[in-house]
Design a binder for this molecule. Sequence first.
Ligand code: BDR
Ligand code: CA
Length: 319
Amino acid sequence: MAQHKIILDTDPGIDDAMAIFTAMAHPDIELLGLTTTFGNVSVDQATQNALTLVEMAGSETPVAQGVATPMIKPLAEFPDFVHGVDGFGNLNLAPPKRTSLPQSAAEFIVDQANQNPGEIVIVAIGPLGNLAQALQLDPELPSKIKQVVIMGGVIASDGNVSPVAEANILSDPHAADKVMAAAWPLVMVGLDVTHQIMLPRSLFDRIAKENAKVGSFMQSAAKFYIDFYSSVRNIDGCYSHDVSALAYVVHPELFETVSGPTCVATEGVAMGQTIMSRYGIPYMLDYWKDRPDQSACMGVDDAGVVDFFETAMTNSYWS
Ligand code: BDR
Ligand code: CA
């Protein structure tokens, strides 16, 4: 029986597609549903993409649509140079036949938490508006959730959308700050580790050969993502962002973590920075006072994460 009941909150997105397929295929994961958010694309496109992936994989995973805009700041332009206008590297696939649930993402999260108290891990791999909305809907939600694992933020390394900010957090810093302040155990799988894990182009060639269902789609979409990364970072591959959050859920032993109360800067030059007070020092500024400790991954066995992804993408689920 699967050991990890998860809800995947996502903005698909090419690396989101990698994570979604991994969650469907991994024998230790029970994927209760996908909840969508704006981020890499609009929320309507994200929902359409999530439904397309469900259909492509022949899965029955429900999809609930979430927030279309950030809580407070204006909606920014979508990063079509990273994920394509359609979120899948401009493959322009036919629209899916299935539709999303009548419930919103936040309602789905709260309902599932009530049905499975203390059992669900929310894995959030996009901006955090749905989690902030779910907290608003049910302030008791943190006590009903086992863990929150996010792909987002950066503690001691460099950002990817500013020198200090990671994309998912900068997309909705006010929501992220609310999520960091909530009393649930939260783990950030951020750029401190995801920039240490590279998925090489040759990996997607192998996946295309071994996975007849979704391998060639994954290879074509990944080509766009890898071309972006090789133009800006000089690597022949892409970083393993979203899939690494799932790797943490199943294999936390692959990661080293630090912990401390964490705030998100919501304006100014540091907007989107995730700032953890991790040395227990009583600072003069008291932003971190009265906040729960959260964790962040700082070290990783990168080969272990690559292997986790490749194994899930080529296992018997796909045959
Ligand atoms: C994150 O931003 C998005 O572009 C990716 O899907 C990932 O969730 C990386 O910073
Ligand atoms: Ca994402």
